[in-house]
Design a protein around this ligand. Sequence first.
Ligand code: APR
Ligand code: PHB
Length: 389
Amino acid sequence: MKTQVAIIGGGPSGLLLSQLLHTRGIDSIVLERKTKDYVLSRIRAGVLERGLVALMEEAGVAERMHREGYPHHGTMIAYGDEMFRLEFTKHTNHSVMIYGQTEVTRDLYEMREKTGGKIEYNVEDVVINDAKTDAPYVTYRVAGEERRIDCDFIAGCDGFHGVSRKTIPEDVRIEHEKVYPFGWLGVLSETPPVNEELIYASSERGFALCSMRNENLSRYYVQCDINDRVEDWSDDAFWAELKRRIPADQAANLVTGPSIEKSIAPLRSFVVEPMQWGRLFLCGDAAHIVPPTGAKGLNTAASDVNYLYNALRDFYEKDSIEGIDGYSQKALARVWKAERFSWWFSSMMHHFPGQNPFEQKMKIAELEFLRSNTAAQQAMAENYVGLPY
Ligand code: APR
Ligand code: PHB
């Protein structure tokens, strides 16, 4: 088989890139290791930056998001029983869109299917070949059969555990990592959200987040021990812990119910440099991971897709290789800023095992400074709604 861009991974990065390229008549094939149902069963954050909203519009997949999503103009930040609102629109003229990543992925699949997109599921043993030449190719197996795709470029959109990053030789690849000493226990429940906006709550017992998908679907998290197992947490224990970590007036309004999903995620900051090697380009989780505080995972993946899409357009439409050559540098400049924000927000809001009273005081001072200082609020709001591409 032959295509212009071989895309490894059918998560949101790969699908968005494929659909955007399609709008410019650039052909691609997506190779996905799992099935569509598996990809759609993963529950991830649900806050879309303005840049991703604009990309969804450009890709022609924004209709349901605008109909069913919720623009949010601020978020609540709590510590102990104190709570204040961080205003986005007042400080930045922008808002964010509350719309689940699962729904983004579903819309992308639907549109790819409607517009004749080529997606191969259940692929095994993907190997990237000759990425340093101008005739790279990908080999893989489906149902025991060997296949090969010849292409101009390869987009590595295969997530943190994929093959693309590892294809970059070890003497070229530099990996930066920070692992946090706790996890997030998340619960999805068919109950009305406790607040109209998200609540990020810091407490001496640890962090908690009140988020939502719609009027009757809430997503809540509590910081948990890194060694905890989901089976150790009954629904009752989860709700009781959440109530202890959010302001008392919010806890009093919390509607609880049976969990329909419960999972524990570790927290990690990770970046690989460079994000390209010859004609192989990494996008999204294949190249970087952020802790979920601030919901930058999908949004940072989208900014990579934006840079790669524009670079490929310039190559095919203007015969320019400038964007292609500059991809890694451009993408990384924004990635590191998202990493900084996620690390800063995580550090301020979580209880670190073994932290001393001085460190606890520093967090409270930082929160009180944020609460009272317009410049600090503006800086946070600009990062939260998304730095410009
Ligand atoms: N071959 C083919 N597909 C692969 C391979 C492989 N060797 N390895 C992994 N994949 C597929 C996975 O099954 C998955 O569907 O690549 C896809 C990668 O998707 P994600 O992990 O969702 O990564 P990405 O598309 O970059 O999405 C960005 O934002 O909120 C964050 O982490 C969250 O997934 C989210 C990410
Ligand atoms: C979520 O809704 O799952 C969510 C929202 C905001 C975050 C992280 C997760 O910062």
